[in-house]
Design a protein around this ligand. Structure first.
Ligand code: SF4
Ligand code: SF4
Ligand code: SF4
Length: 270
């Protein structure tokens, strides 16, 4: 593990929509790095569509992936501990613990966890900040390392947030006066600055109160009988999983791999 990732520092992203040219190199890099077909990508593009009157047209875009929340709703909702927030602020995913229940998909206010709908034993796909890559000593996740315009920056969380505010303070006419991710869902490790309001790019907006607490009421207050059923199903599922040798992700070696990732319903068609 690199010195960086073993430290107790928290890490994060600063994503600048004014720099994104929608080339989608970050999507390809993510799929290659994590050996997942881009049909079940961990990262998408949000964008405004073309706006304005000819010839004064504009269009803004930004990559979109797990926000790595301070109090992650997905972690609260996961009954088997497959999702965890580590000391570096990275919300990790343990494929060996996951039972495919999809509670995390319903809990996440950013609609981030993706699901292998077409796999025989479908599981979740979610950005993990390239934690394995960082552990091998790389300085940045694959998406940040690949972006040709530095629209995705990666570093110590406090520095990313400070730089986000600095960009807005130094260029008040260029950016909207809001760092997306600073307060959303109770705070996150992914910060965005943008020349246009975030709702115009299709970002979820709806307050800054973390729903993790209410999720805990549901999951931790589940009657014992429901817990027993979940444990029983987990055992059956894991037994079946052990008997399935082969690629972890359906289609990883097959027809699902193309050069440009399609985007889910809420994003632009590629
Ligand atoms: S964005 Fe969603 S998946 Fe990511 S940490 Fe937050 S709640 Fe979990
Ligand atoms: S940090 Fe890694 S897993 Fe997350 S979107 Fe970027 S490349 Fe994909
Ligand atoms: S690689 Fe950079 S410029 Fe290209 S789509 Fe991703 S964030 Fe935007």
């Amino acid at each position: 593990m690199s010195e960086k990732i073993t430290s107790e520092k928290e890490f994060g992203f600063l994503i600048d929509a004014s720099r994104c040219i929608d080339c989608r190199a970050c999507l390809v890099a993510c799929s290659v790095e994590n050996e997942v077909p881009n049909t079940i990508s961990r990262i998408w593009i949000k964008e405004t569509g073309v706006t304005g009157q000819f010839p004064n047209l504009s269009r803004y875009s930004a990559p979109y992936h797990c926000m790595h929340c301070d109090d992650p709703s997905c972690v609260s909702a996961c009954t088997v501990g497959a999702l965890q927030r580590d000391a570096n602020g990275i919300v990790t995913y343990d494929i060996d613990r996951c039972i495919g229940c999809r509670y995390c998909m319903y809990a996440c206010p950013f609609e981030v966890p993706n699901f292998e709908w077409e796999a025989q034993l479908p599981l979740i796909v979610k950005c993990d900040m390239c934690v394995a890559r960082l552990g091998e000593g790389e300085a940045e996740p694959a998406c940040a390392a690949t972006c040709p315009t530095d629209a995705i920056m990666f570093g110590e969380k406090s520095s990313m947030l400070a730089q986000a505010h600095q960009r807005i303070d130094l260029n008040p006419d260029k950016y909207v006066d809001h760092v997306y991710g600073e307060t959303e869902n109770g705070g996150t490790s992914t910060f965005y600055v943008s020349p246009v309001p975030f709702e115009e790019m299709g970002f979820p907006t709806g307050g800054s109160i973390s729903p993790a607490y209410s999720n805990r009421l549901v999951t931790h207050g589940t009657p014992a009988v429901a817990g027993s059923v979940a444990i029983g199903l987990s055992g059956i599922y894991l037994t079946i999983k052990r008997h399935h040798a082969g690629p972890l992700v359906a289609g990883a070696e097959g027809e699902g791999e193309t050069a440009v990732a399609p985007t889910p319903d809420e994003t632009t068609e590629a």
